[in-house]
Design a protein around this ligand. Sequence first.
Ligand code: 15L
Length: 262
Amino acid sequence: MSDPQTVLLTGAAGLVGTFLRARLPEQGHRLRLFDRVPIPGEPDAVTADVRDAAALADAMRGVDAVVHLAGIATEAPFPDILGSNIEGTYHVYEAARRTGVRRIVFASSNHAVGFTGRPPAGEPVGVDTPQRPDTYYGLSKCFGENLASLYADRHGIDTVSLRIGSCFPEPTTVRMLSTWLSPDDCARLVHAALTAPVSGHQVVYGISANSRAWWDLEPARRLGYRPQDDAEEYAAGLLAEHGELAEDDPDHRYIGGAFTRM
Ligand code: 15L
């Protein structure tokens, strides 16, 4: 696939959406923004819910690819997750099918496999580990990955599902020394997922080049992702403040950390 000219960004007002709005244009992408809330300073952004099929289809006309971030970004009651994350993602894929968009980058999450035990050092968890959601939120990400697989096989829509770790300006916990995805690396990863010659559905982990990484970054590197940041530069400060994780701390036992107790 050649570089997309126009990319629809759902959830553009959110944290990751805001990081990407500031960075993807530098990579040559022209963004069309979509969110359920207005975005200050972006008068052309579409303000609509992702369950609004007509608004989505309108927004996708002339678009080369979609980066689908919209949805609740943490645990919530099942009816809320069902509407925003499960039905919302279904509507994004249906609109893509109907309007002929053939590439989606789906913001999945490490919480699709959050009940996976923390791996021993040097044996990172692969993308083929079984789904083990740690929350209804994680379950919605499993649904999204499986929906992507269905729409790839049935309708020829290619998807890269990014199992994002902790995408924040800086790591703020000891767990994030392993799970951090810097905003700049996030944009590098999304750019690679938009432009790599992918066919079908692929899952990759989304973290920076963290020395303490728990997840295998090779599949993302094969897409052309070249992370530049490493949470290790924050290690001394975070360990001095919080100490090493205790054995019974969920952040120590499971890769989904505290989500396994939500
Ligand atoms: C996620 O999927 C959440 O959206 C984010 O807010 C963080 O909690 C992150 O996972 C994480 O695991 O740190």
